[in-house]
Design a protein around this ligand. Structure first.
Ligand code: ZN
Ligand code: ZN
Ligand code: ZN
Ligand code: ZN
Ligand code: ZN
Length: 360
């Protein structure tokens, strides 16, 4: 250890005294002698593994998906990967030898019946709509005479716009003069403009062909099936939980600390100077996982000196060496400080209640 040398007690006390001196005006003459020092040996460790996964599946794709360019294998687990592929890091797609086969799609010719018109090429449409003038309510004053009259055309008449809506014309159904609605000539209904009374419109989904392109085979009528192998590489980080943390406010400042770092490869032993509790904690996370190809164990250590008041006091201090090599002193609330704050808050709440009671 060079830069990250643990701060000596003298160093810590000197820095703490300097800090306390700046606060002297408010809190009286308190020096570092009033504080008890202990050391927190922080450990921030993680295992970063490169894990390889090999998966075999049966695939189906329309037409010819260009399998000729893919590497071929016999047994996926025995396939030797080109180191350049590993470095590229992208998934590697392979084809199992002699598994590629073409087969006809269930559609037969790349076409399937249009689902919108069920292959009819047209869709039904109401041939007649209610008359816009009489709404079919009073098409003819002799409407009852319509029954039994032969010769009713299947197609309702075109809608007409009479000069005066109330004007009656000769009924086209029963022939009674001045009895029928001018809009529909006694029919009550008029011809649908969309289908011109034909009762059907061309299907737009299939443009009146009755068939659409098959989605399964992309309209090619055949599928390529093969056994596909895929090899992927991922980086997985396993974090070793912190053995103990200083208060949150201090933890957030620790990135500025001068951490001592070891980076270990797959065969490297743990550092000799790693204390036993840390060693056994890290060792719990060193198992080899399935498909593990490579690993880096990152062990970062920082000693933080905690200064706690020997007697009464709301504040404690955390001292650690920063990246510039100097000591950083961070104040935090002591246990007593927290208790006092809670008591003050409770007292304030009680006061509010009391005031409310007095006011009302
Ligand atoms: Zn259709
Ligand atoms: Zn009539
Ligand atoms: Zn009418
Ligand atoms: Zn219609
Ligand atoms: Zn098909």
């Amino acid at each position: 250890m060079t830069v990250a040398e643990d701060p000596s007690e003298d160093e810590v006390r000197a820095e703490l005294d300097a800090r306390l001196a700046r606060r002297r005006g408010r809190w009286g003459a308190r020096t570092s002698a009033y504080f008890h020092l202990d050391r927190l040996h922080l450990l921030d460790a993680s295992v970063v593994r490169r894990v390889e996964t090999r998966i075999e599946t049966t695939r189906d794709e329309p037409g010819d998906p260009g399998l000729a360019e893919r590497p071929v294998y016999d047994v996926l687990d025995e396939y030797e990967v080109d180191p350049r592929d590993v470095r590229r890091g992208e998934p590697l797609d392979l084809v199992k030898r002699d598994t590629v086969s073409k087969r006809a799609c269930a559609c037969g010719n790349g076409l399937r019946q249009c689902p919108a018109c069920d292959g009819m090429t047209y869709r039904p449409c109401e041939p007649a709509r209610p008359c816009p003038v009489c709404a079919g309510v009073s098409p003819c004053t002799q409407y009852l005479a319509h029954g039994g009259k032969p010769g009713r055309t299947a197609r309702p008449p075109k809608a007409r716009r009479p000069v005066r809506p109330e004007e009656r014309v000769t009924c086209a159904a029963c022939g009674t003069p001045d009895s029928a609605c001018g809009g529909c000539q006694g029919w009550g209904k008029v011809r649908c403009q969309t289908c011109q009374g034909r009762g059907r419109v061309p299907c737009t989904t299939c443009t009146s062909k009755g068939t659409v392109r098959c989605r399964t085979c992309g309209g090619r009528g055949e599928l390529t099936s093969w056994t596909a192998g895929r090899i992927t590489w991922t980086s997985e980080t396993e974090k070793v939980p912190w053995p103990h943390r200083p208060p949150k406010r201090v933890t957030s400042q620790l990135h500025a600390g001068s951490w001592h770092e070891n980076r270990l490869g797959p065969g490297d032993p743990l550092p000799d100077d790693l204390p036993l509790p840390h060693r056994s904690l890290v060792e719990q996370h060193l198992d080899t996982v399935k498909g593990e190809q490579d690993r880096t164990v990152v062990i970062r250590r920082l000693t933080v000196v905690r200064a706690r008041p020997k007697g009464s006091g709301n504040r404690e201090y955390y001292v650690f060496r920063n990246v510039a090599g100097r000591l950083t002193v961070r104040p935090a609330m002591s246990d007593e400080g927290r208790r006092n704050t809670a008591a003050v808050l409770a007292a304030a709440a009680a006061l509010v209640v009391l005031v409310l009671l007095l006011v009302t």
